[in-house]
Write a protein that binds this ligand. Structure first.
Ligand code: RET
Length: 258
């Protein structure tokens, strides 16, 4: 049968796509590894260990998808279980780290992280069910997503405790990247076979792989570009807002993270 003859080759192509994704994610490991190995940087201030989770977990998950591990069939669709596990583990770190950069109050960061996890879990429910439950899952997931964005765009700046211009710059780069890129995920979901079927399974695999690499690797790179704010000899934490003289000249003006 033609379909049978084609199936292995489509699987082969999606394995190639996921293989490319694995390599892309591995670049992120190298970037964070540089940060961890740089002795001029204060790893505690930078919390690079948490940052490493992002590309490391994604590399494992993409390697699994390349090998066809974790894929299961529900209601006639192939669902990549490892993708949702990866999102559940790594997206809270992406969201939490944005808050860490300007030292946002813990309770606010936890609300954003909780909404993010809710978004992924209910998104998984939407993907693996049918009818009303599917669309209820999609609606709850989207609501959690927009509430999370509200917290990141409105509450994070208000509840930031370390708002030197350099930290503010890194914060804005990371947060805006999340705000713009992530909006495409629900759109891709709606276009995929699980939604309205405008894009094939292979097309969806390609789009999501591209998005995942774009959401993770440049994020680590942006932190690397701004690594100077985590230098050992910096005293940003103490200086912010209270004693501008304690920082060097470039830090002197006190700013908010709005
Ligand atoms: C789903 C479908 C249900 C509605 C919404 C979704 C949003 C998913 C998002 C995922 C972000 C993933 C990232 C991965 C990085 O590797 C679950 C697709 C709102 C925003 C950034």
């Amino acid at each position: 049968m033609i379909a049978d003859a084609l199936t292995p080759s489509i699987d082969g192509i999606s394995s190639l796509v996921y293989g490319a994704g694995t390599l892309g994610m591995a670049v992120g490991i190298v970037v964070v590894w540089w940060l961890l190995r740089d002795e001029t940087l204060d790893s505690d201030a930078g919390q690079f260990r948490y940052l490493l989770v992002i590309p490391a977990f994604a590399t494992l998950s993409y390697a699994s998808m390349t090998l066809g591990i974790g894929v299961f069939s529900v209601n006639g669709y192939d669902v990549e279980g490892m993708r949702y596990l990866d999102w559940l583990v790594t997206t809270p770190v992406l969201v939490g780290y944005v808050g860490h950069v300007v030292d946002v109050d813990r309770s606010v960061v936890y609300s954003a992280v909780g909404l993010d996890a809710l978004m992924i879990l209910t998104g998984f429910v939407a993907t693996t069910t049918t009818g009303t439950v599917r669309w209820a899952g999609f609606a709850v997931s989207s609501l959690a997503f927009f509430l999370m964005l509200y917290i990141m765009f409105v509450q994070y700046p208000k509840r930031a405790n370390t708002t030197t211009p350099e930290r503010k710059r890194l914060f804005l780069r990371l947060r805006n990247q999340v705000g713009v890129l992530w909006l495409l995920y629900p759109v891709i979901w709606l276009a995929s076979p699980v939604g309205f079927g405008l894009v094939s399974t292979l097309g969806t695999a390609m789009l999501v792989t591209f998005m995942d690499v774009a959401a993770k690797v440049p994020y680590t790179w942006v932190v690397h570009e701004h690594r100077g704010i985590f230098r050992n000899d910096r005293v940003d934490e103490v200086a912010a807002g209270s004693d501008p003289e304690a920082t060097d000249a470039t830090d002197a003006p006190v700013a908010t993270a709005d």
